[in-house]
Design a protein around this ligand. Structure first.
Ligand code: KOT
Length: 809
């Protein structure tokens, strides 16, 4: 049913000219040299690693382009239903290694660059991370793209081409986080393709005037018009030619500058509009789990959804079907509420431009969108002030009011006279100012709503969207537990383990890397002593690789004859890095109190932290400062430094995770129960044979179901207890000295200056002493007990390795 698309001229001539993808090493070196000399205009005698990386990348890109073109042509010809993933964040990390793996050209490129005098590992290290995301939500989007292409699904991503990705984190001598910009596009980016011919206009501000005829239509005019320009990033599937697309929009002024102002002698005014247009895609907002109601962020959201929808509709129109069939050709997944303006925007297009009736338009909209919720934390639920939306998007505010009117009429019909229910469910929250509740809009405008792990999906349905389940029926709501791509998170980051698995399973690598259930075949090998020795040796080499990394980047000496304990994630009170660092202090105090003979019997441990704090998140930044200063004291203490080391690794990134995760013996996922929607690094650690220490929260629960509870270290209160405990804190507080003396001692030591002046930490310590919203005082004792169980288990090394193997299996 799709369009017939054929080339001009003789197709055979075109085909003969197509670059082959079955290359040998000499084709690779030829292409490499060609790029050095022509694309880079450089010469062999002075080519450095960065130049060599660029040449290799450009040559790999040529391969991707051939597959990308063919894939897109196929989609155009076959016109399948397409899936679109709208995400404000794509945390892609590096591309070269992944592209080589997916193309099956790793070995050949290694040989090729070696012949030209380079080392592949060194070249890979030259690539900057594409860090267009904050954390789990953005990395999930990147994993989904990899998965979609590998499964040969017609899936495109849509996002923004930020000039600056997530900030670079520096740590000052005092231990404070400093932020520096991340100008990741400084060296040209070989992985993107500017599509300067694919542009759309996007309007802001202006006036919306309803037509007098009562047909619900309006004309939106005036205001600011901005241009969206497409940049395409190729997404290769694993061991398939399917190469999908991630389209990122850049904002540009529609006209270079305003000639009228220019002629009137107002030069600044003339360039102002061009400045503000470019500002829209200049920087990724560095907040995870908080919203600030900033106008520029609203403009980012609309700019991106409006450009993406125009692009999707244009593609649909090429198929030549009536607009009513749109949902049969496009499914649009909303990654959290950030793209929710797509709902009123599609309504606007269908009503004002396509001249459909309200009901026809609403039917199309509610069959097109799908909404994924990633958090139930109240501070992360997006709300936009009505006056701001009215100002920036006057027509959309009208449409949102109309959606709300029809919606509340339907609720009233089902639950007559239930005023409180209407207030709770309304798209508009009353207050000063009134606010638009984006989760409500995303929910009623979508065909399905999902959470990201079983417990979380249950919480979505019983807390923030409870009324909506009662109104719309439970079948609209579901769970899609997160996942991770095993290509990057096992084969690429832990190639030795991957090779051992391939050898042991006696399967082709590409078989189990596309079907992880095959890993179960490793289970019996847990009982095989020789296999255990190989398994442990790989973990050891991964620790040494991490130690080398710390040595070269920070100049610090990490001992590798110790258990590696890792917590790497955004700094947030709900993730409880505080619990971890207070646990480390407790361990230090305990070690100090031991005789040397007693100490000798204890488990050696190195604790790693990494993660960024939102620049305005004071308590999170104080936590970093505490970790850094505790590390300074502990690592310098001759009594204990052989038994306990502590490191805060600055500037956490996808690439750093790729070094840390394979080296971990135990990782910590210790959020207050019910607060971590899923977590995804927990899955990556397990895949790499790392054990979990965690709370009964998010995907930890489903992981434990798979690997067996005996292989996971659980502690802490359960979700149903949390609300009650918070109530107790407020109405029946117990002094910490009484409730949890061990913790009281730790807090007092920090205050008293064990790690330098205690005064700066008081605001952090007071969050625990007063209110303790995240239940540190309730979970501390069971946390310490769980840590003791981890130590005990690790002392029986053979048994530990069995657990490690079973966890991967
Ligand atoms: C919310 C608002 C703004 C920016 C980010 C968020 C956000 C991030 N909400 N949830 N997440 C994380 O998403 C991951 C992927 O689903 C989850 O694994 C993780 O638990 C969430 O915290």
């Amino acid at each position: 049913t799709g369009k017939e698309v054929w080339p001009k001229g003789d197709e055979k001539v075109w085909k003969a000219g197509t670059r082959g993808v079955d290359q040998d090493v000499s084709d690779i070196t030829k292409s490499f040299v060609n790029h050095v000399q022509t694309s880079l205009a450089r010469q062999a005698y002075n080519l450095d690693d960065l130049g060599a990386y660029q040449a290799a990348a450009l040559s790999v890109r040529d391969n991707l382009l051939v597959n990308w073109n063919e894939t897109q042509l196929n989609y155009t010809r076959k016109a399948p239903k397409r899936a679109y993933y709208l995400s404000l964040e794509f945390l892609m990390g590096r591309t070269l290694d992944n592209a080589l793996l997916n193309l099956g050209l790793k070995d050949k490129y290694r040989k090729g660059v070696e012949q030209l005098g380079f080392n592949m590992e060194d070249l890979l290290e030259k690539e900057r991370d594409a860090a267009l995301g904050n954390g789990g939500l953005g990395r999930l989007a990147a994993c989904y793209l990899d998965s979609g292409a590998s499964q040969e699904l017609p899936l495109w991503g849509y996002g923004l081409r930020y000039q600056y990705g997530i900030f670079q984190q520096l740590i000052s001598p005092e231990g404070n986080q400093l932020e520096a910009p991340d100008p990741w596009l400084e060296n040209q980016n070989p992985w993107e393709l500017p599509r300067l011919d694919v542009t759309y206009e996007v309007r802001f501000y202006g006036q919306a005037e309803r037509s007098g005829s009562g047909n619900g239509r309006a004309a939106w005019t005036g205001g600011q018009e901005v241009l969206a320009v497409a940049y395409d990033v190729m997404i290769p599937g694993y061991k398939t030619k399917t190469t999908n697309n991630l389209r990122l929009w850049e904002s540009k002024p529609k006209r270079g500058f305003d000639l009228n102002s220019f002629n009137a002698g107002n030069y600044e005014g003339a360039v102002e509009s061009s400045n503000s247009a470019a500002a829209i895609t200049s920087v990724l907002y560095p907040n995870d789990h908080t919203t600030f109601g900033k106008e520029l962020r609203l403009k980012q959201q609309y700019f991106w959804t409006a450009a993406s929808l125009q692009d999707i509709l244009r593609r649909f129109k090429n198929v030549g079907k009536p607009i009513t069939e749109f949902p049969d050709y496009a499914a649009i997944q909303l990654n959290d509420t950030h793209p929710t303006l797509a709902i009123p925007e599609l309504m606007r297009i269908l009503i004002d431009e396509e001249e459909l009736s309200w009901d026809e338009a609403w039917k199309i909209v509610t069959n097109t969108f799908f909404y994924t919720n990633h958090t139930v934390l109240p501070e992360a639920l997006e709300k936009w002030p009505v006056p701001l939306v009215e100002h920036v998007l006057p027509r959309h505010m009208q449409i949102i009011y109309d959606i709300n009117l029809y919606f509340l009429q339907a609720v009233e019909k089902k639950f007559p006279g239930d005023r409180e229910r209407l207030t709770r469910m309304s798209l508009i929250e009353e207050g000063y100012p009134k606010q638009v509740r984006m989760a409500h809009l995303a929910c009623i405008g979508s065909r399905k709503v999902n959470g990201v792990a079983e417990l979380h999906s249950e919480l979505v349905q019983t807390t923030i969207l409870k009324d909506f389940v009662e109104f719309e029926g439970v079948s609209k709501f579901g769970n899609v537990t997160n996942g991770v791509t095993p290509r990057r998170w096992l084969d690429q980051c832990n190639f030795e383990l991957s090779d051992l698995i391939t050898k042991t399973l006696k399967l082709e690598k590409n078989v189990w890397l596309k079907d992880l259930t095959k890993l179960e075949g490793l289970l019996p090998f847990a009982e095989n002593k020789a296999f255990r020795a190989e398994w442990a040796a790989i973990k050891q080499r991964n620790k040494e690789r991490l130690a080398r990394h710390v040595q070269t980047t920070l100049g610090l000496e990490v001992r590798t004859d110790a258990m590696f304990d890792v917590q790497i994630k955004r700094l947030h009170e709900y993730k409880r890095q505080t619990l971890n660092i207070l646990g480390v202090i407790h361990r230090y105090i305990t070690l100090k109190g031991m005789t040397p003979a007693e100490r000798k019997k204890s488990n050696r441990k190195v604790v790693f932290f990494a993660g960024k704090a939102a620049p305005a998140y004071y308590i999170a930044k104080l936590t970093i400062r505490l970790i850094v200063n505790v590390a300074r004291v502990i690592n310098a203490d001759p009594d204990t430094k052989d038994f306990l080391q502590l490191y805060f690794l600055p500037d956490y990134s996808v690439s750093l995770a790729e070094v840390l995760i394979p080296a971990s013996d135990i990782s910590q996922h210790i959020s207050t129960a019910g607060t971590e929607a899923s977590g995804t690094s927990n899955m990556k650690f397990c895949l790499n044979g790392g054990l979990l220490l965690g709370t009964v929260d998010g995907a930890n629960i489903e992981i434990a179901e798979e690997v067996g509870e005996s292989n996971v270290f659980f502690f802490g209160h359960l979700t149903p207890a949390v609300e009650d405990l918070r109530y107790q804190h407020t109405y029946h507080p117990i002094p910490i000295e009484e409730k949890c003396p061990a913790l009281a001692n730790v807090l007092n030591q920090v205050s008293a200056g064990l790690f330098g002046d205690g005064a700066p930490y008081e605001p952090l310590l007071n969050t625990i002493r007063q209110g303790d919203y995240y239940l540190i005082t309730d979970d501390f004792d069971s946390y310490i007990a769980a840590l003791a169980m981890v130590d005990e288990a690790y002392l029986d090394r053979e048994e530990w390795i069995k657990k490690s193997i079973r966890t991967t299996a």
